[in-house]
Design a protein around this ligand. Structure first.
Ligand code: ADP
Ligand code: ADP
Ligand code: ZN
Length: 234
């Protein structure tokens, strides 16, 4: 049997520890290329807020900086992937985080005649990661991400993107939980770097640079994959 042929849709994965800039760069790619950002963290936070069974099961694990069960995460992701807008191409932000999730993703994509087009490993050092997470806040209206010192709003108190004036901070964005999340990343998620290196789709990105420089490098890396996907040649 031939290797599965992957058609049309770009499937990109941003891999990196908390604070690497996955959310920031996913949103930039979404705006630049019309792809859809799929953040399992955002989906789980929405489930916690809505008080669904998945959200109730996930809440304490998320507050402790551990990983929510593969079963729950795959459930929320598969449901979102079943919506038609994902046909435009997706950026997976924060998924997969375990080898089992990576395998389940391959199965889910195979059913759609798709496969992973590129995995970008966003590399930052530990102190940077903690500092980025500790100063992070988000527009409550449109979800745009900010940082107290590294990316303040142009006009203090007003979102650059939507003009909203309500902002939120994540319960897990404190230095202590950030360190727990980093340990979880090293143990359970970092092995995916080797996994995707073996499958030939891994690219490494210096995510210590400023946001614009990271964007520039990222676009250079993923643009050929997106174009190839759109021309049906993946
Ligand atoms: P992740 O989704 O990987 O956890 P975010 O994109 O939310 O990371 O970024 C974490 C914090 O760091 C946010 O406050 C964001 O504004 C800021 N940030 C993101 N990328 C950079 C960068 N390259 N340089 C400085 N600050 C950044
Ligand atoms: P960050 O932006 O800091 O990398 P996320 O928003 O992606 O964090 O995730 C927040 C939390 O949600 C994680 O610490 C974890 O508890 C849970 N989570 C998100 N995605 C997954 C996943 N793919 N598998 C297991 N748990 C997840
Ligand atoms: Zn906004």
């Amino acid at each position: 049997m031939n290797a599965p042929s992957c058609t049309q849709t770009a499937v990109l994965i941003l891999l990196g520890p908390p604070g690497a800039g996955k959310g920031t760069q996913s949103r930039a790619l979404e705006r630049a290329f019309g792809l859809i950002q799929l953040s399992t963290g955002d989906m789980l936070r929405a489930a916690v807020k809505a008080g669904t069974p998945a959200g109730k099961a996930a809440k304490a694990v998320m507050e402790a900086g551990g990983l929510v069960s593969d079963e729950i995460v795959l459930g929320v992701l598969a449901e979102r992937m079943s919506q038609p807008d994902t046909g435009r191409g997706v950026i997976l932000d924060g998924f997969p985080r375990t080898l089992a999730q990576a395998e389940a993703l391959d199965d889910l994509l195979a059913l759609r005649g798709q496969c992973v087009g590129a995995v970008v490993s966003m590399e930052v050092d530990d102190e940077t990661m903690v500092a980025r997470v500790a100063g992070r806040f988000t527009c409550a209206t449109c979800g745009e991400g900010y940082h107290e010192t590294l990316k303040p709003a142009k006009m203090a108190g007003t979102c650059d993107i939507c003009g909203g004036t309500d902002f939120t901070r994540r319960a897990d964005d404190n230095a202590e939980t950030a360190r727990a999340r980093l340990a979880t990343y090293r143990q359970q998620t970092a092995p995916l770097i080797g996994h995707y290196e073996q499958t030939g789709v891994l690219m490494r990105l210096d995510a210590m640079q400023d946001i614009a420089a990271v964007s520039r490098d990222l676009v250079r890396m993923v643009e050929p994959v997106i174009r190839k996907g759109r021309s049906g040649g993946m």
